[in-house]
Ligand binder design. Structure first.
Ligand code: SF4
Length: 93
């Protein structure tokens, strides 16, 4: 079974009222750190724009914690697990 097929059976409940990960002001964050987020997020939720700004959407997050390790306190202002009943529900382990 492919990775895409496994992910297709997972369920996401996006908490529209509360983002569980938020970006900080990234204007002073080294580009290398921002590139790490783009390459490190397995869900591909970070995108670096041509002007150096960073886009992020928490919908579709796997809650793996990689971005927390890479950039909490620099590019990320906050990182929490989603509230109960929210976030990803893995169905294939
Ligand atoms: S916790 Fe994992 S999947 Fe979610 S945004 Fe961070 S790196 Fe991406």
């Amino acid at each position: 079974m492919s990775l895409e097929s496994k992910l297709a059976v997972d369920r996401f409940a996006v908490d529209e009222e509360s983002a569980h990960i938020t970006l900080a002001d990234t204007s002073g964050v080294p580009r290398k750190t921002l590139e790490l987020l783009v390459r490190g997020c397995p869900a591909g939720l970070y995108r670096l724009n041509d002007d150096g700004s960073l886009d992020f959407d928490y919908a579709g997050c796997f809650e793996c914690g990689t971005c927390y390790v890479l950039a909490h306190g620099t590019a990320l202002a906050s990182w929490y697990f989603p509230r109960g009943e929210m976030g990803i529900e893995y169905r294939r382990g």
